[in-house]
Design a protein around this ligand. Structure first.
Ligand code: BT5
Length: 309
């Protein structure tokens, strides 16, 4: 949001405040105040004007201005009712030179999973991509997938749903997939240029709207419809806080939220299948699996939890 518009909104939220008083305080003309008020109304903010000035009577449910308003993290939000893929769009935003931007859509027509898989993204879900430019080497990128997993799991738990993390990128409830993460990046040998972390969270959707080729669930099915603005803001605040913290903070939080550690797992890796017991996660995000032939450190793959042998 335009910084002055943000200040006008903040003043009205603390209102009632008169137009002339605001103009004086923000050092802008009364006409400019009026223009900002009208623009805010167009964006869905309910602003009442009475003899004692403007008051804020309501905020929009969802969308860019709704998500930026009251957000405790310095992200700009770009919102689309419909888009092919927020990850695609975030990559474009990165190419335009921006950072610390979140692309959010109500619906995706070309949502993507890992390895060219499709991600079903009907209207009512939470489909977003976080663009950041951390000053770290590319080898550190996997920690951002863990950050996204922890942030998503915490935001979901705050809505009363006991979600757990399955390495590397699933958020699940009772073994059913509630959310997935797709991390993409561009970098040189020693430094990440940009990182796009895509999060797909089945929010206000029916399970029947999902493909059904593997067990899946939605927040609607688990707890009823949620206020997506609250969920997204919690998620982004957690994401930002963890991104500013040492990686160990994220790893510790991840260990508390995962149900992969301690499981017998089968992991499909680019270099073959590994079966054994998952015993820990190591920086920046590799899974340690104890196999009959010794301990393996796995950086990428599809992981399946097996029943005890
Ligand atoms: C993922 O891939 O789990 C990553 C999903 C990331 C989606 C977000 S939405 C915002 C951003 N923009 C994008 O275009 N993508 C990101 P993977 O682990 O490969 O899982 C994909 C598999 O999950 C599919 O092959 C289906 O079996 C299943 N699936 C598809 N849509 C699903 C859904 N909505 N809920 C649960 N499972 C789904």
């Amino acid at each position: 949001m335009h910084p002055t518009r943000e200040q006008v909104l903040a003043a009205i939220a603390d209102g009632p405040v008169g137009g002339p008083a605001m103009a004086a305080r923000l050092d802008i003309s009364r006409a400019a105040v009026w223009n900002h008020v009208e623009a805010l109304r167009k964006n869905g903010f309910e602003i009442e004007s009475a003899a004692d000035g403007y008051t804020l009577a309501g905020i929009p449910d969802y969308g860019g201005p709704a998500l930026e308003y009251g957000l405790d993290a310095p992200f700009e939000v770009e919102y689309h009712d419909e888009i092919a893929s927020t990850n695609e769009r975030a990559r474009e935003v990165a190419a335009e030179g921006h950072s610390d931007t979140v692309v959010v859509a109500d619906k995706q027509t070309g949502g993507r999973g890992r390895l060219d898989r499709k991600w079903a993204s009907p209207s009512g879900g939470i489909w977003l991509s976080v663009l950041v430019r951390p000053n770290v080497p590319p080898a550190q990128a996997p920690v951002y997938t863990l950050i996204a997993a922890v942030a998503t799991a915490r935001a979901v738990r705050a809505s009363g749903v006991e979600a757990t993390i399955k390495w590397p990128n699933d958020i699940r409830v009772d073994g059913k997939k509630l959310a997935g993460i797709l991390t993409e990046m561009e970098g040189e040998a020693d430094r990440i240029s940009w990182l796009v972390v895509g999060i797909g969270l089945n929010a206000n959707l029916d399970v029947e709207q999902l493909p059904g080729d593997q067990p899946a669930t939605t927040l609607r099915a688990e707890t009823g419809d949620v206020d997506r603005r609250t969920v997204v803001q919690r998620l982004l605040t957690e994401f930002w806080t963890l991104a500013q913290s040492p990686p160990e903070t994220t790893l510790d939080a991840w260990r508390e939220l995962t149900d992969t550690i301690g499981q017998r797992v089968r992991v499909d890796t680019p270099t073959g299948e590994v079966v054994g017991e998952a015993v820990d996660i190591t920086p920046p995000g590799a899974l340690l699996v104890e196999t009959d032939d010794g301990t393996r450190e796995i950086t990428a793959g599809d992981c399946e939890h097996l029943r005890p042998a």
